[in-house]
Design a protein around this ligand. Structure first.
Ligand code: GCB
Length: 594
């Protein structure tokens, strides 16, 4: 074992050391660009002992001379779908944690005056990328996109692209060693080749000013542009045609008032066609405009206090036992949230794919998005902190133009300490540097019952640094009731809005039993637990939203019970097969009433 560790660890560590080398600033709105999809079947080699790099298998050599041989070949072997996790594609990889090599060939017709970038929506968890035998970049973080410029490196035919993907859990990673969901590995989101003009619109942020109902600000960044280049912003439906001029960094800003703006809301998810252009480039997409702010203990959308009827789901299709990655997967997940009567989704516990985010916006869901700072994070480690900062910047950069996004979540269930505070402050700073219009939230599991005061209380001074405080509390499941739910009164984070970001309990769909015995794992127990919690919510004066945990049963190695769980967290309101449990109907009635 010792030798094995000695042998493997340096390889894992060197894979880590490459984190984010070669990755570019993110190009905004990749789905609005000229692209060539690289999705489909890729060839794959499972590399449990991390020997592939040493053997240079990214070179795709074939024996030529009589004495040549290579102990690998991508031909006629394992084939894996991209995007998708590897775990769901073959029984041998169900529990696999380690390295898998992916490879494919593609043609790239030359386009004069164009720059080209490889875009990966996500690779879990870390990877190195090789093109035509050369390492061109690396990335760490399983839920955010990255791009690598390949201008001048592509051949018109027969390019060989190899990806060394590794999902080994390590203490300095995010998430770290244990987390309550499946550690899916692989190229889990779209891969594409993006072509843009040599001077192109790299990024933009177009939004309604935080405190104005009619002033829009647009910041645009051109890559490769000289100072003084002009940039246009058009919103035809609002008769907007503005121009701005770049500075020596390629950035241009303009702020203007609009008349008769219909603001986006869950009831009216109005989005406008917005066109950003320069002399060489043009990109468009639909953007909505809205104001989100905190006033005292209220969360106001477009100036009106709002109660958040939220739910969480993992980026997983339970029936397929694998990651969600396509537009139709997004339809499935979000339709079920719509059926429950939600106006918000807490995307648990990491940035989910853009199909989900964009469709959610179109359907009128507010969103809470977070990076997987989920218990057990090495807060004292400076490198982990930098990594988290990079990750949260990638999340905010990708989704800053999505008006549905109301909350940036910086942490889930962390314990107070100086190291944690400094770490989370860093993350808040990273968000605010890019975007100061969203509300910053974190979820805590520190609420406890104070017997003397006969009140539920929480003590974590960090809540002062947040716009909105969120609490995960499993009354009736992890915590027995100390008094009846109607007497369970909260005095938590007064002066700020509070969201119950998780509550619930497990039930096996179709299993019936006594409503007061947790170990019955029955729908009746879960239903009663929901009834009790909903009663308690009436006693939380600053409660401005609730988010049951969770919409669907999800796969988790935490869950060992041989008959009731079988590797599934059964807190879903909907079963792994897509059936609604009794508690679903109770929650639906609650949301219909609010
Ligand atoms: C939590 C976590 C969530 C778990 C859940 C549970 O507090 O935030 O990720 O899945 O509890 O089911 O225990």
């Amino acid at each position: 074992m010792k030798t094995l560790t000695k042998f493997i660890m340096p390889l894992v560590l060197s894979l880590l050391a490459a984190a984010d080398a070669g990755a570019q600033e993110l190009i905004a709105n990749v789905y609005g660009r000229q692209t060539q999809s690289l999705n489909g079947k890729w060839d794959a080699i499972v590399d449990l002992y991390d020997q592939g790099r040493k053997n240079k298998i990214y070179l795709d050599r074939k024996p030529e001379g009589k004495t040549d041989f290579y102990e690998y070949s991508f031909d006629n072997g394992l084939r894996l779908d991209v995007p998708s996790d590897w775990n769901c594609q073959t029984p041998e990889l169900k529990y696999y944690e380690g390295t898998v090599w992916y490879a494919r060939r593609f043609d790239a017709p030359q386009q004069a005056g164009q720059r080209q970038f490889l875009h990966f929506g996500a690779v879990s968890y870390r990877c190195r990328v090789y093109l035509n035998g050369e390492e061109i970049g690396a990335h760490e973080g399983g839920f955010t996109p990255f791009q690598i410029e390949v201008t001048g490196r592509l051949k018109p035919e027969g390019n060989f692209l190899a990806v060394e993907a590794n999902n080994t859990r390590t203490p300095d990673a995010i998430p770290a060693m244990a987390f309550d969901w499946w550690n899916y590995g692989g190229i889990t989101r779209d891969v594409m080749l993006i072509s843009v003009p040599d001077t192109f619109i790299e990024d933009y942020f177009i939004r309604l000013d935080k405190d104005s109902a009619d002033r829009i600000t647009a910041d645009v960044k051109l890559s490769g542009a000289a100072a003084g280049t002009s940039v246009g912003i058009e919103i035809p439906e609002l008769n907007v045609r503005e121009t701005a001029v770049t500075d020596d960094k390629g950035t241009a800003s303009v702020s203007f008032r609009v008349k008769k703006l219909e603001r986006w809301s869950p009831a009216n998810p109005k989005r406008y066609r917005v066109i950003v252009s320069s002399d060489r480039d043009r990109v468009e997409e639909r953007i909505g405009f809205r104001n989100i702010r905190v006033e005292g203990e209220d969360i106001c959308l477009n100036g009106t206090p709002l109660f958040l009827k939220s739910v969480s789901f993992h980026e997983e299709i339970p029936q397929r036992m694998g990651r969600a990655f396509s537009e139709s997967d997004a339809v499935m997940l979000l339709s079920e949230a719509r059926a429950l009567g939600c106006n918000m989704i807490r995307l648990a516990h990491y940035p989910q794919n853009e199909y989900i985010v964009r469709l959610a916006e179109q359907m009128g869901f507010l969103l809470w998005e977070e990076i997987p700072i989920w218990q057990g994070i090495d807060f004292a480690n400076g490198q982990t902190r930098e990594k988290a900062g990079r990750m949260i910047r990638e999340m905010v950069t990708r989704d800053k133009n999505r008006c549905a996004l109301a909350f940036w979540g910086v942490a889930n269930e962390t314990q107070p300490s100086e190291a944690r505070n400094a770490f989370l402050r860093h993350l808040i700073g990273c968000c605010r540097e890019i975007d100061d219009t969203r509300l910053i939230v974190a979820a805590f599991d520190l609420v406890r019952f104070d017997r003397q005061r006969q009140l539920f209380v929480m003590n974590d001074p960090f809540i002062e640094e947040l716009d909105v405080v969120a609490v995960n509390k499993y009354m009736g499941w992890y915590h027995p009731w100390p008094l009846t739910p109607d007497k369970a009164v909260w005095d938590v984070a007064r002066g700020k809005p509070l969201i119950i970001s998780e509550f619930g309990g497990e039930a096996l769909y179709g299993q019936h039993g006594p409503a007061d015995v947790a170990s019955s794992w029955s729908e009746e127990y879960q239903e009663a637990l929901y009834r009790d919690n909903l009663r308690m919510f009436e006693n939380i004066p600053n409660l401005r939203g609730v988010s049951p945990w969770i919409l669907f049963d999800f796969r988790s190695p935490f869950r060992f019970h041989p008959t009731n769980q079988e590797g599934w967290n059964r807190k879903g309101l909907v079963s792994d097969q897509g059936y609604r449990k009794k508690a679903w109907y109770l929650m639906k009635a609650y949301y219909d009433k609010h």
